[in-house]
Design a protein around this ligand. Structure first.
Ligand SMILES: [Zn+2]
Length: 394
């Protein structure tokens, strides 16, 4: 199988360290409900997990939930509820949406608030090794002390310090934080602000920064080097760039992940779909009008790596495809054990080519039409088996 590695900007033969593929995908910050952009990321990775399993690999899949951070605390204040109650409620809603879309649950679904001591251990070690420093109860990673910092940023076209700082500032960096030695330094441990949740640490009461939680969880549950690290495209920098720096300097081992995979942004009305812009297509709303299979097909009709814009006709088209698969189901029933090695081979070739799900779906649709026309039950059984690999429930 070939997968596109963001870090090398090339298609690489995928060879896991062991037969059980170790995968970490950055999860959600639970302060708002799941939109189509989230669903695109998690359904795409779900298709990858299912395909790896169908190909005979084992999979250990870890995802985090950032259950304490600035957004959770701010939103909870706005709503007049406790931050942990908001986190629990939104995590539950996210999991319900994912269950509805037939996304397999990760093997470990880990909360940031349950990683405090592994995080403290990594932060302490980074200070000892000279990559991080304490300042007024906060701890920062010092980018100037890391000559390798920014390899991932380079790969996606951020060629120098100024280019990195500009994007970091757009994505949550506070360049004017006077406790930092350098505007691009990022927080590993944040000192408690009045009224905020906090945990004991060698630097006083505080809470973890965002980037460090993913390093801590990936290392804790998967080991010092993993096979696949994924997430939304906007995480490549700064989030994953920071993860690489922390993880590799803590473990002394590189690469932290053999492959880095990023999903394209989903646009609506010409804008990136995001909470802050308010132009969200919520999964829970879509599920009122469309089946989970139709939503999955809509998502998988777009290659995971590219941005796309969601239009209503996409969903209608997907509905038509699902109807075709359902007609095959009616024809074939549930008992047929038939096979079609030619169709199987073409499906595998599409999926092995950087998880080309749009091509795989077209193959299956064409095969399904021919099955209906010719009452070809063997190929029909194969079509249904392969729609199952894509997580459809027809
Ligand atoms: Zn992450």
């Amino acid at each position: 199988m070939k997968l596109f590695n963001t870090l090398t900007q090339s298609l690489e033969d995928f060879v896991p360290l062991e037969n059980t593929v170790r995968v970490y995908v950055c999860g959600v910050t639970p302060y708002d409900t799941t939109h189509l952009g989230h669903a695109f990321t998690y359904v795409s990775f779900d298709a990858l997990m299912r395909y790896l399993l169908a190909s005979g690999y084992g999979v250990k899949y870890v995802q985090n939930v950032t259950d304490v951070d600035d957004d959770v605390i701010r939103k909870a204040r706005e709503l007049g509820m406790a931050w942990d109650e908001l986190g629990r409620r939104e995590t539950e809603r996210f999991l319900n949406d994912m269950d509805a879309l037939n996304v397999r649950r990760p093997d470990v679904y880990a909360k940031a608030t349950e990683q405090i001591s592994p995080i403290i251990e990594i932060v302490s070690s980074l200070i000892e090794r000279g990559y991080a420093y304490e300042s007024q109860g906060c701890v920062y990673f010092s980018v100037k002390h890391d000559p390798e910092f920014g390899q991932m940023a380079q790969a996606i076209g951020l060629h120098d310090y100024d280019a990195m700082l500009k994007i970091a500032n757009e994505r949550g960096n506070f360049p004017n934080d006077t406790r930092k030695r350098d505007a691009l330094d990022f927080v590993l441990w944040q000192a408690q602000a009045p009224g905020e949740p906090a945990w004991e640490s060698p630097w006083g009461l505080g809470r973890p920064g965002w980037h460090i939680e993913c390093s801590a969880m990936a290392i804790r549950y998967l080991g010092q080097q993993i096979d696949i690290h994924g997430g939304g495209g906007d995480l490549a920098f700064p989030h994953h760039t920071c993860e690489i720096a922390q993880s590799e300097h803590y473990t002394g081992k590189a690469p932290f992940s053999r492959v880095w995979m990023h999903t394209g942004m989903v646009y609506q009305d010409g804008e990136k779909m995001s909470k802050s812009l308010g132009n969200l297509t919520l999964v829970s709303n879509l599920l009122k009008d469309y089946s989970a299979d139709a939503i999955r097909v809509t998502l998988l009709n777009h290659h995971y790596r590219y941005p796309w814009e969601c239009f209503a006709p996409d969903l209608a088209f997907a509905n038509g495809m699902v109807n075709t698969f359902q007609q095959v189901r009616e024809l074939v029933g549930t008992q047929n054990e038939g096979t079609d090695s030619l169709l199987h081979g073409r499906f595998v070739a599409a999926m092995d080519n950087d998880l080309n799900t749009p091509e795989a779906l077209i193959l299956l649709q064409q095969a399904a039409e021919s099955v209906i026309a010719n009452r070809d039950l063997n190929t029909g059984a194969e079509v249904l088996r392969l729609t199952g690999v894509l997580g459809l429930r027809v």
